[in-house]
Design a protein around this ligand. Structure first.
Ligand code: HEC
Ligand code: HEC
Length: 299
């Protein structure tokens, strides 16, 4: 209701609701006033089916009539107790948000101590604690599998967390920071600066860095552009830089694919992988356990 800018709609809805209830009440009382008199012949409504099946105007049964009356009064009582009439918040003061917050507070009270118990332990130690890992695995299933997969092996654009190849570093601090603060990769697009042929040549050069089959003469042409534009982030030999999250291009692990086509796509359009921050959303205690779980996966 609060979404409406004018009070008119509040009153409009109140009037509509109350008029409907009053209308229903009058209708029900009127219908219910006719009692069944034994022996009286019911009037036919003039509708006949299958030659002798007549629709008769009998009075409604009592139980049905009473059911209607009870529902109407239940409706009125409900509108008095709960929000429903315009902006009237109801006698009980109940709201969805308050109920949600109460449930969250209750869950915190129940589960908080379990998480806090682990908070002061070192991630390296927690990663060997079966109880913590079980909690970590459950948290991972709930919050991380949509992107990293239920086995944490990732998918194209979403890094595998079980290997020993890290974009931002695999020590306990780096992993925890990745989860707490999130990560935003910035691989600029080169499509406007470099011609298609030049991009193709750099891509071939990158394939030679990882020992993949490549067109050697093209690769030789691509080397100069690599040194000029790419080395700052990816390193002299394509080894990458965890401070920037720029991946190692010389190993056989590819975030977006190692085929010529995929490498060219990465270079031409750029890549901006986003790992969302979880600090405010989950709180440090849960992130701490998650970090231990992720830490354990590759060890
Ligand atoms: C919306 C998708 C998404 C969700 C949800 C998500 N991640 Fe990520 N995560 C990513 C992406 C994408 C990257 C890589 C960012 C990049 O390309 O630089 C990443 C990177 C990471 C890294 C760094 C990996 C490295 O190689 O350095 C860690 C650790 C990580 N995620 C853990 C988690 C955990 C734990 C959760 C659950 C709390 C989680 N992620 C939830 C998308 C997600
Ligand atoms: C400003 C730093 C920066 C520069 C300059 C840069 N890159 Fe990148 N590059 C990155 C980052 C960061 C990523 C990871 C993107 C992601 O995780 O979404 C990346 C990803 C890539 C990938 C995808 C790797 C994979 O595993 O799929 C390729 C290929 C690549 N860069 C090639 C190049 C080439 C070629 C150049 C030069 C023309 C270049 N980069 C210049 C930062 C840079």
């Amino acid at each position: 209701m609060a979404d409406f800018t004018s009070a008119f709609w509040d009153w409009f809805i109140i009037a509509l609701t109350l008029l409907s209830i009053i209308g229903l009440l009058i209708f029900t009382l009127k219908v219910g006033a006719r009692k069944f008199v034994p022996g009286e012949k019911a009037e036919s409504m003039g509708h006949v089916w299958d030659e002798d099946l007549h629709e008769l105007n009998n009075p409604a049964p009592r139980w049905w009539y009473l059911g209607f009356i009870i529902s109407i009064f239940w409706g009125i009582l409900y509108l008095f107790l709960y929000p429903g009439l315009g902006s009237f918040s109801g006698y009980l003061g109940w709201s969805q948000i308050a109920q949600y917050e109460e449930e969250i507070a209750q869950a915190k009270q129940t589960f908080g101590p379990i998480f806090d118990e682990f908070k002061n332990e070192k991630i390296e130690d927690l990663a060997r604690n079966p109880k913590a890992l079980l909690v970590g695995q459950r948290l991972f299933s709930t919050y991380c599998t949509t992107c990293h997969g239920s086995d944490a092996r990732g998918a194209r654009g979403y890094p595998n967390l079980t290997d020993n190849d890290w974009l931002y570093g695999g020590d306990s601090v780096a992993i925890k920071t990745s989860i707490m603060k999130g990560r935003q990769a910035a691989m600029p697009p080169w499509g406007s600066l470099l011609k298609d042929a030049e991009i193709h040549a750099v891509a071939e050069y990158i394939r030679t860095l990882g020992g993949l089959s490549a067109d050697d003469s093209l690769a030789a042409k691509g080397k100069a552009n690599y040194s000029q534009y790419c080395m700052v982030c990816h390193g002299a030999n394509g080894e990458g830089n965890p401070a920037l999250g720029s991946p190692n291009l010389a190993d056989d692990i590819w975030l977006y694919g190692g085929s010529s086509k995929k490498i060219i796509e990465s270079i031409k359009d750029g890549r901006n992988g986003l790992m969302p921050p979880h600090e405010n959303f989950l709180g440090e205690a849960k992130v701490h356990i998650l970090a231990a779980y992720v830490y354990s996966l590759s060890r």
